[in-house]
Design a protein around this ligand. Sequence first.
Ligand SMILES: CC(C)(COP(=O)(O)OP(=O)(O)OC[C@H]1O[C@@H](n2cnc3c(N)ncnc32)[C@H](O)[C@@H]1OP(=O)(O)O)[C@@H](O)C(=O)NCCC(=O)NCCS
Length: 278
Amino acid sequence: MTFPELSEHRAIEFTPAQLADAMNVCFEGYVMTFTLDAAAFERRFRSEGLDTISSVILKSGDAFAAICLIARQGWTSRVAAMAIAPSFRRQGVGQRLMNKVIDEARSRGDKHMVLEVIEQNPPAIALYEGVGMCKTRRLAGYRREPSVGLAADLVRIDPSAVIRAQAAECPSDLPWDFKAETLTLKVGFLKGFSLGDEAFALISDPPGQRVIIWTLFTRKGSRRSGHGRKLVEALAALYPDRALVTSVTLPDDYCPEFLTALGFAEVSISQFEMALEL
Ligand SMILES: CC(C)(COP(=O)(O)OP(=O)(O)OC[C@H]1O[C@@H](n2cnc3c(N)ncnc32)[C@H](O)[C@@H]1OP(=O)(O)O)[C@@H](O)C(=O)NCCC(=O)NCCS
């Protein structure tokens, strides 16, 4: 038995409120503090493609001891969250749990296992390297402070149309957050914009001080003609009191010059994408 001292469960056995609780307990002392409730759990993990049957929860009596959430797309499984409650750390539970989800992914015929890990979290990086995962690229996040921008003729369009255009105009090896398949799961929370049918953006504007840019691109034939700049300035003008941010999942080589030219700065937290061929 893999976990003689713990009972093994699947995420499907729990309510979203219980899963949020499991996350809060197991991520205690994490490099970024957070507290999830049921709604936040649903919004985040359903829109990342959570597979509640492949996701494993470990308990010690009534207490949550570990959580490993698995998201899936085609032949790829992604570790969407992995944490061991403080009193169960450094006892090999994390390693056994990772080996278990890797074995299960292999048995269902998956070809790749991926995840993102915060660069400033060496214990987690060591755990993943110990089970054979390798760093594939560094991922960064960007932020532009609130500014007046420059208004332009932005047209609201169906966010699904932006996702279809992205699939045709952008590389397909994007990190999980930006893949067309993932964006499709988030589409109900997104707003789509087009500027003269040359440049496109998908954003979310949840209550608060940030607008999150999920994709922003110019058609292949129209690049280096100022459309991207115009689109960013137009978004800033639409939300002059909010910072424009990206998630911390932009590959290092993915248009940093464009973002810095437009007044974005890299945020202090960064990630590594890691992968294992199964
Ligand atoms: C990272 C985490 C999941 C590791 O789980 P764990 O059960 O304590 O790990 P294990 O006992 O199975 O350790 C396996 C290997 O991971 C590495 N590791 C684990 N904790 C470590 C630490 N504190 N410092 C350095 N290496 C560590 C070691 O390589 C270890 O092998 P070793 O014991 O032979 O040295 C756990 O510390 C945790 O839940 N942290 C908070 C949440 C988090 O950071 N999650 C990762 C999100 S991407």
